[in-house]
Design a protein around this ligand. Structure first.
Ligand code: GTP
Ligand code: MG
Length: 290
């Protein structure tokens, strides 16, 4: 499997009918906003984009924020920033919502953009949109400076619309717009699983084998560190024996002393989602752009 080298035309994969309601809600909310913040997980700078929604965003000032930049491979992220610079009209910035300085820079960036944004309201208003788990609630909390949105919460809770103050003359909608991607392309589905945007899948092995292969091809050092093995051992490690080694190291055992491979696999997936294995980017421009 040559995991990284699949060429996908994401624009072909439009949104299915049952998501229309969520879209209508977002469309309504967007009418009241002066600026849209589109959050994109830095680990999937292309697959995480909301191409399907571009019609909703038309004629609205928008910025793209690449969230969780602390979890992304720095070199690959630089490649993506260059790509964005050359191909994207929308202003963009990287942000780590867990870092105070990064949030400060993010805030000044927003205020700088807003200078050129007109409003018919007393205050300028903005809204965050993005796929599940990308950091929307974290962004709201980070900008407001206190916990008003539940982090790690399940999506879909309807609440009254409230505006919260972010600073002088700027209000933020406390309810984020959740964008669901059409995932009938297996590679899109797997990448979204690996960043925790999709939590249900039929075949854990399919998802993990894809992630494992990318790590083996591009982030071998991270696998060596994760398993605490010698450099020379890595070339022999294949998908199955990787989890045998992991289960042994972590003492994941079932009754009778058998290795609990399933536990090792779920543990690996969680570590990938949480960025515990190291800084990874699952795609480069040349992998995904047709
Ligand atoms: N390392 C890191 N973790 C982040 C960052 N932003 C958010 N997270 C974590 O990512 C997870 C999801 O964050 P949320 O803010 O709940 O994401 P969301 O987009 O609101 O998710 P849904 O409400 O499910 O759509 C949480 O565990 C956050 O702590 C970031 O910039 N860096
Ligand atoms: Mg949320």
């Amino acid at each position: 499997m040559n995991s990284g080298m699949l060429v996908i035309d994401l624009k072909k994969y439009s949104l299915p009918g049952h998501i229309q309601k969520a879209r209508r809600n977002i469309r309504e909310l967007l009418k009241a906003v002066d600026l849209i913040v589109e959050l994109v997980d830095s680990r999937i700078p292309y697959t995480g984009r909301a191409f399907e929604e571009e019609a909703l965003f038309l004629n609205k000032p928008r910025i793209i924020a690449l969230s969780k930049s602390d979890l992304a491979d720095e070199k690959a992220l630089r490649t993506w920033l260059k790509f964005y610079e050359e191909n994207e009209d929308v202003p963009f910035i990287c942000v780590n919502f867990k870092d105070v300085d990064s949030v400060k820079r993010f805030k000044s960036f927003i205020f700088r953009i807003l200078k050129n944004v007109r409003t018919r309201f007393k205050d300028k208003k903005m809204m965050v949109v993005g796929i599940p788990n990308v950091g929307k609630s974290s962004m709201i909390n980070a900008l407001v400076g206190k916990k008003i949105a539940k982090i790690g919460n399940e999506p879909g809770i309807t609440r009254g619309i409230q505006w919260v103050s972010v600073g002088k003359g700027l209000k933020l909608l406390d309810t984020p717009g959740i964008l669901y991607k059409k995932v009938d392309h297996p590679v899109i589905h797997k990448k979204l699983c690996l960043v925790g945007s999709i939590k249900s899948f039929d075949d854990l092995d399919e998802v993990l084998e894809f992630g494992f292969q990318i790590l083996k091809d591009r982030y071998e050092k991270l696998l060596i560190e994760y398993l605490r093995i010698e450099k020379t051992e890595i070339s022999d490690i294949q998908y199955q024996n990787f989890f045998e080694k992991l289960a042994k190291k972590r003492k994941f055992l079932k009754k009778g002393g058998f290795l609990d491979l399933e536990r090792a696999k779920f543990s690996f997936l969680k570590d990938l989602i949480d960025g515990k294995i190291g800084r990874i980017i699952y795609e480069l421009p040349e992998d995904v752009i047709v």
